[in-house]
Structure formats: C-alpha cells, structure tokens
Design a protein around this ligand. Structure first.
Ligand SMILES: Nc1nc2c(ncn2[C@@H]2O[C@H](COP(=O)(O)OP(=O)(O)OP(=O)(O)O)[C@@H](O)[C@H]2O)c(=O)[nH]1
Length: 442
C-alpha cells in the first residue's frame, strides 16, 4: 500500500542526500516533489498543507544537524513530520473491570467481521481470555460468520438468534460474556451500505449500555478518502477511540494512513494485511515512516521471521543482510522460512532500499517456487560463489530444476541486484540510519 509513497519519497531522499547545501532551490524542489507525492497518494489536502507548512517552518533558521549533512538534515525533518502526522503508537486501553469491551463499527463489507476474529485471535496470542459477540439482529448470517471464525480459533462466541432487538441482544450477550471470566470481549456491530440514522442511534444506545473502552472504526483502505469521510460521521455521532485499517495488502495508495490521525484525531491501532486470521498487525508509525522514506522496516521483518524460525537464526540472517554477506544459500533458506509469511514481495519491501525498487524486483508466487527449484539445483559451492556459474553450469541447473537458462539468469540477476543494493547501502552508511531511529535492534 505504501509503494507509491515509498517510490516518490525515496527519490526525494536520494536527491537530498546528494545536496551539498540547504539552499532555497533544493528545499523548494524537495517540497514540491513531496507535495506531488502526497496528493498522488490521496492524502487529505489539509494534511498535505499542514505537512508542508510544518516542514517549511522548521526549516527557517534550521542549522545543519551535527553529524548529518545538509540533505540528511532535511530528511530527518521529513521523518519527524511523517511521525507527527502518523501520530504516536497507542496500544489498546484496558478497562478497570474485566472484560474490556472493544466495540467494532463500520460499513458493510469493510472487513469488520473478519477483523473481529483477527483482533480476538491477536489478543488470544498475547495470552488473554477473549470472546466475541455480535449485536447484528438484521443479518443473522453476519453473526454466524463471526461464530464460525471464533470456533476456528477455539474462542467463545456469544449470540442469541431468537432475540430481534439489538439493545436487548446486547444486554444478553454482555451478561453471558461477563460470566465467562473474559479479559476482552470483541463486540461486532451491525453494518450498513451507507450511513443510516437508525443504525447510528442504535450504536449510541449500545455504547451507553455497555460503556466500551474502545470504539474502533473498521476502515477499508481501498476506499481512500471516502472511508475517512464516513469515519468522520461515525466519530461525530458515536465517538471513536481509534481506527483499524483493513486491506492494507491491496493496492490502496496509502493516503488514508497518513490522513486518519490528523482528520479524525484518533490513532490507527491495527492494520489488516490479508484475508487470513493471522494477517493482522499493530500499527507502528515509526516503521511506516521508515518504510515510506525507503529506509525499510527491518524491525517488522525480524518479527515476521521470528514467528517462523528461532530468534538466533533470524538475527543472524538480518545481520548477514546488513553486512551484505547475503549468499544464494541465504536466499534459499529465507525462501523456505517465509513460505508461510505471504508473498515474497511483502517481505522484500521491508529490506532497506528495496522497498522503492520493488517494481524492478517483481517476484510473483509462482516464481517463488521456481527460484527455490533453481537454487536447489545448484551445488553448495555455486550457492556460496554464484560468480562461478558459467554457461554449462547454467544449462545443468536449468535442466535440474525444469526451467530454462533464461530463468536461471533472471534469478542470478535478481540476486545480484539485491546484493548490490545491500553493498551500496552498507557503503553509504544507510544501513546505519543517518539519525537516531527508535526501535532498531542494531
Ligand atoms: N485482502 C484483504 N481482505 C480482507 C481483509 N479484511 C477483510 N477482508 C475481506 O473483506 C471481505 C469482507 O469482510 P467481512 O468481514 O465479511 O466484512 P464486514 O464488514 O463484516 O461485512 P459484512 O459481514 O458483510 O457486514 C471478506 O472477503 C474478507 O476476507 C484484509 O485485511 N485484507
């Protein structure tokens, strides 16, 4: 979702890094490029204006920061401003008395029910006793969908198909949930295709009845500014405490993520990154800002790897990458590890410097299997020293993997490209980020 922003911002960053001094022309050009990038990515126009004004103001009288050159100083300001508009990371609040009730609201089809299951699963993975409940009396199928999801992850689901009054239903399910000794209850509410006064009244009544600790608006990232406008109405009528952005894995332009905090004044708390129950993550503004600037997201990459392999191995692998010691053997090992982590592109995007080049490194999932077969057909020596792979070796590898010499060449080229980038970044010191980035493990 951040590809467009990453591509454009990385260009700005590259230009700034080459700038010798902070003259008006350099800064104006950078700001113009940023403005274009933000508008193209569908960022709310007022947010764009604020972003540019704040940077301009900070630049007035700005001295070059010690240890950085002129361009890096501007990059640091842009990073700070990105963090500013994305807002601070805010974890879920907890109620004084259990269960903490998290009410999910939003239009039909945004992924609300799926998100209720994902959030419950996420909290369960943190060791909490969690349950889900539905207050939708008009569409019994929605409650059924929620219970099927809950069943698949062994969590209790509180529904009452006989009850046709949403408020009475809410009272009943809350009572049941309270007796179940839960830490969290996720309350999925009814959705509509459009904003509807009757539904809003119902939501307000439910809110007053159950006093939820969190009221999270589930927004479909693909709907861009429309989703923000709808969220605004929900916020005015019901009062939101946060947003969950779904379908971030799609080709949404990313502007919505940069607009929510400023327009609504509430944080994005989680993002949905796929259709599966585990495709769900807390929203980390600092990591997103790094990713947008083309600085990668090593922290998320390591966390993803840790989920699939042991910690030592993940750290060793990341360090090898940071030192540009990356061999085809490493690539093969990574391919095996990340098979369960979704499309390879999503992983590559987290590697510093690769996010912005991702278009040149397109690896689709069919290719994924092919790459593995090709590397498997190499000898261990060839994997460590790919430069020894000559014409006859290529022929043998292609035959062994059921592919063509062209396919083998492609893998070697992609590998070389990755290695080149890592080397370049190591040399330019970009791996050691030019300023203090929080949360980096090195
Ligand atoms: N790619 C992707 N699809 C998602 C994500 N979250 C939900 N979906 C899909 O979006 C569709 C709608 O999700 P639901 O959970 O049924 O949506 P809802 O808002 O509850 O809609 P109703 O149940 O119709 O009220 C489903 O096909 C989900 O699999 C996500 O993060 N990424």
């Amino acid at each position: 979702m951040f590809e467009l922003l990453t591509e454009k911002f990385s260009n700005v960053v590259e230009k700034l890094k080459r700038a010798k001094k902070l003259d008006e022309k350099t800064v104006d050009e950078a700001l113009k490029d940023i403005r274009r990038a933000l508008i193209e990515a569908d960022v709310n126009i007022e947010v764009v204006q604020k972003f540019l004004n704040d940077i301009k103001q900070k630049l007035v009288g700005q001295e070059v920061i010690k240890g950085l050159n002129a361009g890096e100083t501007v990059i640091k300001l842009i990073y700070d401003e990105l963090l500013n508009i994305l807002g601070k990371e805010e974890p879920l609040k907890k109620a004084e008395k259990t269960p903490t009730i998290i009410m999910l609201v939003g239009l039909q089809g945004t992924g609300k029910t799926t998100t209720a299951g994902k959030l419950a699963n996420y909290l369960k993975s943190k060791g909490f006793a969690v349950g889900v409940a539905s207050t939708d009396v008009r569409r019994p199928a929605a409650a059924k969908q929620l219970c099927t999801l809950a069943e698949s992850i062994n969590l209790p689901c509180f529904v009452d198909e006989e009850e046709k009054d949403a408020i009475k239903l809410t009272e009943k399910v809350i009572e049941k949930a309270k007796n179940a000794g839960l830490s969290y209850l996720i309350l999925d509410t009814a959705g509509r295709l459009h904003i509807d006064q009757e539904l809003m009244d119902e939501l307000v009544e439910i809110k007053n009845k159950v006093h939820p600790t969190e009221i999270l608006y589930v927004a479909d990232a693909m709907q861009g500014q429309d989703a923000i406008n709808t969220a605004k109405e929900y916020h005015e009528k019901v009062g939101l405490t946060g947003v969950i952005l779904t379908k971030v894995d799609g080709d949404a332009k990313g502007g919505i993520a940069l607009s929510v905090r400023q327009v609504l004044g509430v944080p994005i708390k989680f993002v949905g990154v796929g259709e599966k129950i585990n495709d769900f993550e807390p929203f980390h503004p600092d990591r997103i800002a790094q990713r947008i600037l083309g600085l990668g997201d090593i922290q998320s990459l390591i966390e993803k790897m840790q989920a699939a392999i042991d910690e030592d191995k993940a750290e060793k692998m990341a360090k090898r990458m940071m030192n540009a010691e990356f061999t085809l053997e490493d690539l093969k090992e990574q391919l095996q590890m990340i098979k369960n982590l979704g499309p390879l592109e999503n992983i590559l995007k987290m590697i510093p410097g690769i996010g912005s080049k991702i278009k040149d490194l397109k690896v689709d999932n069919k290719q994924f299997v092919k790459i593995e077969a090709i590397i498997n057909s190499m000898t261990p020596e060839e994997r460590q020293n790919p430069h020894i792979i000559n014409g006859s070796r290529k022929k043998r590898i292609a035959r062994g993997s059921g592919t063509t010499i062209m396919d083998v060449n492609k893998v070697l080229k992609q590998y070389k490209e990755m290695k080149k980038l890592m080397k370049k970044m190591k040399k330019s010191g970009k791996m050691k980020l030019p300023f203090n980035m929080p949360n980096l493990p090195f």
